[in-house]
Design a binder for this molecule. Structure first.
Ligand SMILES: Nc1ncnc2c1ncn2[C@@H]1O[C@H](COP(=O)(O)OP(=O)(O)OP(=O)(O)O)[C@@H](O)[C@H]1O
Ligand SMILES: [Mg+2]
Length: 260
């Protein structure tokens, strides 16, 4: 991807982002970018600041200081609706769904389709939902039961469907396979490849090294709120990545892909 990157504006540029919770510097001076069709793995210990950084991009937390640029333009992202307006969708480790609602209602939650008489267009939502669920998982049929009765994989289909249906350009996946079995994990991997081929840029937070090496183009490591380094995944090995995560140690003689 390197040759194309020099000619394409980044989809996302995070510039010198800061966030503190009281005295805790959750994110300190982090700069990171993401190109179309690229998967950037975001790595680091528990509490490193990965989710906080991504929640700022998703509009869930306000940024203390720093800038976000989308397609080279400064973006004011203060709410999740602002983020959605920029094509940013997120899938969280906790699979945030409304447990008592069914899959169709969850897909359209807060963005319901309306008829021209301004009533809920249940028929269209049902039909559209079935189409997108089927695309992800042919066997997913029980779309009208409360999602609390679904398996982890089925719940993940619903969560990912939200991103696909609303045409995510920038997808934040925060430990998307943490609650899944091996088959469902493979499905998410397949889906990441598919979205990437469609030009979606993906920030993938994961603790799973095989996933990092199988799915990411670049990786960024955070430690104690700070960025340790950003490398092309094919330029580093697992030991070097673990050295960055555990000790904040940079691999010798390797070029970083991004500095500010
Ligand atoms: N809403 C909050 N209020 C107060 N402190 C918070 C809040 N969210 C995160 N923190 C703190 O910010 C720091 C970074 O947390 P964050 O959740 O971003 O880490 P993480 O890298 O996603 O970790 P994990 O791998 O465990 O998910 C931690 O010290 C955490 O306790
Ligand atoms: Mg987290």
């Amino acid at each position: 991807m390197s040759s194309t990157h020099t000619h394409t504006a980044p989809l996302v540029e995070l510039r010198r982002i800061h966030k503190a919770f009281g005295g805790v510097h959750a994110v300190e001076d982090v700069s990171l970018n993401l190109y179309p069709g690229e998967v950037v793995a975001l790595l680091g210990h528990n509490g490193a600041g990965k989710s906080t950084l991504m929640k700022m991009l998703a509009g869930a937390y306000p940024i203390d200081s720093g800038e976000v640029l989308i397609n080279g333009q400064k973006a004011a992202i203060r709410t999740p609706v602002d983020a959605q307006g920029h094509g940013i969708e997120s899938i969280y480790q906790t699979l945030a769904l409304a447990d008592n609602l069914d899959s169709v209602a969850n897909l359209f939650l807060g963005r319901e389709l309306m008829t021209r008489w301004n009533t809920l267009d249940d028929m269209r939502m049902d039909a559209e939902a079935r189409k997108v669920f089927q695309r992800l998982n042919k066997n997913f049929k029980n779309v009208r039961v409360p999602v609390r009765r679904l398996s982890g994989g089925q719940r993940q289909v619903v969560a990912i469907s939200r991103a696909i249906y609303f045409n995510a350009k920038i997808l934040i996946m925060d430990e998307p396979t943490a609650a899944l079995g091996p088959e469902e994990t493979a499905m998410v991997g397949q889906l990441i490849r598919q979205l990437k081929a469609e030009g979606v840029g993906i920030f993938l937070i994961t603790h799973d090294m095989p996933d990092v090496f199988a799915l990411s183009d670049r990786l960024a490591v955070m430690k104690n709120g700070k960025l340790v380094g950003t490398y092309r995944t094919s330029d580093v090995n697992e030991d070097e990545v673990l050295g960055m995560i555990i000790a904040g140690k940079l691999p010798p003689n390797k070029a970083q892909t991004h500095t500010l």
